[in-house]
Design a protein around this ligand. Structure first.
Ligand SMILES: Nc1nc2c(ncn2[C@@H]2O[C@H](COP(=O)(O)OP(=O)(O)OP(=O)(O)O)[C@@H](O)[C@H]2O)c(=O)[nH]1
Ligand SMILES: [Mg+2]
Length: 456
């Protein structure tokens, strides 16, 4: 494999920046530009140590003062030789060093996104499910989501998949014996035992799948949409939740034309939140498009926050909205409580939880937090210790695996020859194998790792 290099830290002003090199030429490439304080070459120094020195250009001018981590194969992130150069964090220092390394274009090239982790997978240090968890860890917005992804990196899901696969192999083996030595085996006994085992396997996979809704919410956030008629304070509510002036707020109805999307953390629960254009029968064509989008967002949401202006009587639009929002997924926000209230909870259909808020004064945040927590806290699962499936690819494969188990179970139930279920079981094992990357196509691999950031 080629030797690759990339900047592993975010580019911007920071204390340090890290440039990472991996591959058989890694040490030689860095030795060309690194002047160790004691004049030694990295190739002659011990592994898993950090060395102080300078990066110099072709004219031996000093480019930066650095610390170089030397990690010789195989005990490294990629299982190849890895060097990490810790330089000053400014964009220029990092780019100058990167350019110097890339000048040796015969021996090193820039890495693709996720290529270091892809190598960790291809070289057998981690399996595919673990590799996928790395990007989830990087993207984690909450402690819960970080812990969930760490569990996957530690191999909890992989271990469970391996367990299930082994059970399936045992079933296959038993059937094979039955077919090869029918005189010693009792087909009915084999059938019964296969049936019982498959029912258990089904339960196991089902249990994993049952965690996927929680898993998805923990990872992607609850899809939340703020709706209401114009000027009730939707954008103000978004800004209050974010703690910054993200969306434009004015006293003019129809201020928000297009949807505004943000990711936020509400008391440990991640929300993917959308502020929408006020819903009314608009004449303005641009506003009308916005209103259509709001209605669409309403349909796709896990959670709807309907904002009403408590300082005004319920209008026709408010009542219409109260009719169309989904009963089990909505919370009614009575905003502008700093003004004289004209509506009270009695005016609202009792099916909805009601929260009083003043987005202007920043009041009521905690009450809203509590209602959301009550609804979505992952009470049923222990995110730290349970296996929680959150990756769409894994969920799809588990669903396919369960279908194959069901087919096999049906075959046994209808008293067909037992060896007929072997194909289903084999295919089921292959589906499970794809989760950990045992049987996987090259283009799918590219697709998975292309979602990574550079330098990881
Ligand atoms: N007194 C008071 N005024 C508020 C409160 N929240 C919002 N407002 C005011 O109400 C007006 C409209 O606020 P926005 O947040 O723009 O309302 P919106 O629902 O996003 O409006 P559109 O985008 O036009 O649909 C602004 O003048 C806000 O300052 C509140 O809690 N109390
Ligand atoms: Mg608005």
């Amino acid at each position: 494999m080629d030797t690759i290099v990339a900047v592993a830290t975010a580019l911007g002003e920071s204390g340090i920046g890290i440039i990472r090199v991996s591959g058989k030429n890694a040490i030689a490439v860095v030795d060309e530009i690194f002047e160790h304080k004691k004049g030694k070459n990295l190739k002659n120094l011990s592994s898993h140590r950090i060395y102080y020195g300078k990066i110099v250009d072709n004219d031996k001018d000093v480019v930066d003062e650095v610390l170089v981590s030397l990690m010789k194969a195989p005990h490294t992130y990629t299982r190849e030789d890895v060097i990490e150069i810790n330089c000053h964090g400014g964009r220029q220092a990092i780019m100058n060093i990167l350019e110097l390394i890339l000048a040796d274009s015969e021996n090193v090239r820039i890495a693709e996104p996720g290529e270091f982790t892809k190598r960790a997978f291809l070289n057998g240090r981690i399996d595919l499910a673990q590799a996928e968890s790395v990007i989830d860890i990087i993207r984690s917005q909450t402690d819960t989501s970080l812990r969930m992804s760490m569990g996957q990196l530690e191999g909890r899901l992989s271990k469970k998949i391996a367990e299930i696969s082994e059970i399936l192999i045992a079933v296959q083996a038993e059937i094979a014996v039955d077919v090869d030595y029918p005189e010693y085996e009792d087909e009915e006994k084999t059938s019964n035992s296969a049936f019982n085992i498959l029912m258990e396997v089904r339960k196991d996979i089902k249990r994993l799948l049952n965690t996927s809704k929680t898993g998805r919410i923990i990872k992607e956030g609850i899809k939340t949409v703020i709706v209401g008629r114009p000027n009730v304070g939707k954008s103000s509510l978004l800004n209050m939740l974010l703690g910054e002036e993200r969306a434009i707020v004015t006293e003019i109805p129809g201020t928000t034309r297009d949807t505004v999307e943000e990711q936020l953390n509400l008391g440990g629960i991640p929300l993917h939140i959308v502020d929408t254009a006020g819903i009314r029968d608009a004449d303005d064509p641009i506003e009308r498009i916005g209103v259509e989008r709001s209605k669409k967002a309403l349909k796709a949401a896990d959670l709807v926050l309907l904002v009403l202006d408590a300082s005004e009587n319920l209008s026709k639009e408010d009542n219409q909205l109260l009719e169309i929002i989904p009963k089990e997924r909505s919370i009614v926000i009575l905003n502008k409580t700093d003004l004289n209230p004209k509506i009270s909870e009695e005016n609202i259909n009792q099916q909805f939880p009601v929260v009083w808020v003043s987005a202007l004064k920043g009041e009521g945040l905690e009450a809203l937090e509590n209602v959301v927590k009550e609804r979505y806290a992952s009470g049923d699962f222990d995110v730290v210790n349970d296996i929680i499936v959150s990756n769409v690819r894994h969920i799809t494969l588990l669903k396919e695996a369960i279908e194959l188990i069901d087919q096999a179970i049906d075959t046994i139930k209808s008293n067909m020859p037992i060896d007929l279920i072997c194909i289903d079981i084999e295919q089921c094992r292959q589906k499970l194998g794809k989760i950990v990357g045992k049987t996987i196509e090259e283009d799918l691999l590219d697709h998975i790792f292309n979602n990574f950031c550079l330098g990881k």
